[in-house]
Structures are given as structure tokens and as C-alpha cells.
Design a protein around this ligand. Structure first.
Ligand SMILES: [Zn+2]
Ligand SMILES: [Zn+2]
Length: 106
């Protein structure tokens, strides 16, 4: 684990892998820093950040266990965590009636 100090003095946890999907963080990818409830911070992909905020695709569609109890579904089987994160973001865009080209976040 490596920690650096930013100019504001906030410790930032640096790791080469996304804290959500655990895939490598590549220099060309857009990253955001996710702050956990305990105040710790970790870099994540943009779509992984949004997945943490928005919930899963099923959650946004009100088809998850929060809404349907035992009949709820969660992440589609066979998707990686990152693919599921992208699906959650695409679902959000679809529900909002915007496309990525509208520049909401990506
Ligand atoms: Zn990720
Ligand atoms: Zn839910």
C-alpha cells in the first residue's frame, strides 16, 4: 500500500487496480477517487464510481432484492464487475433519456 499527500494534505491511497472491479487502472482511463464512509479514499474507474453511487442496473430498474425481495435479481450472471458497472451506467443513461454523447459524465 502506498500513500501520498496531496497539496491540501489529504492522504490518497494509490493502487494500480480499481478498488471496485479490481481491474488494472490504465493511464488512458478516466479515474475518480471514491471516498468511503470511513473517510478512506481509493481510485476507481468512472463507471465503477457511478456504479457505487447509482446501484446495480437491476436496482435502478427496481428489479433487485431491495424492491422485490427474494424474487429480486442482482448483477446479470456472467458479467465481470466492471461490465456490470458499465451496464449500470448505461441503464442510468437510458433511464435519463440521454446518451453518453450528451456529455453527462463521460
Ligand atoms: Zn473499475
Ligand atoms: Zn436494490
Amino acid at each position: 500500500m502506498t500513500t501520498i499527500e496531496t497539496k491540501r494534505g489529504d492522504p490518497v491511497y494509490i493502487q494500480p487496480y480499481c478498488a471496485h472491479c479490481e481491474e488494472p487502472l490504465l493511464p488512458v482511463e478516466k479515474l475518480l477517487t471514491f471516498e468511503y464512509d470511513d473517510g478512506s479514499k481509493a481510485p476507481v474507474h468512472v463507471e465503477c464510481f457511478m456504479r457505487k453511487i447509482l446501484g446495480s442496473a437491476a436496482h435502478q430498474l427496481k428489479e433487485c432484492s431491495c424492491h422485490l425481495g427474494a424474487n429480486g435479481r442482482e448483477e446479470p450472471p456472467g458479467l465481470t464487475k466492471r461490465q456490470a458497472a458499465r451496464l449500470a451506467l448505461e441503464t442510468y443513461y437510458a433511464l435519463q433519456g440521454v446518451t453518453e454523447l450528451d456529455g453527462l459524465l463521460l
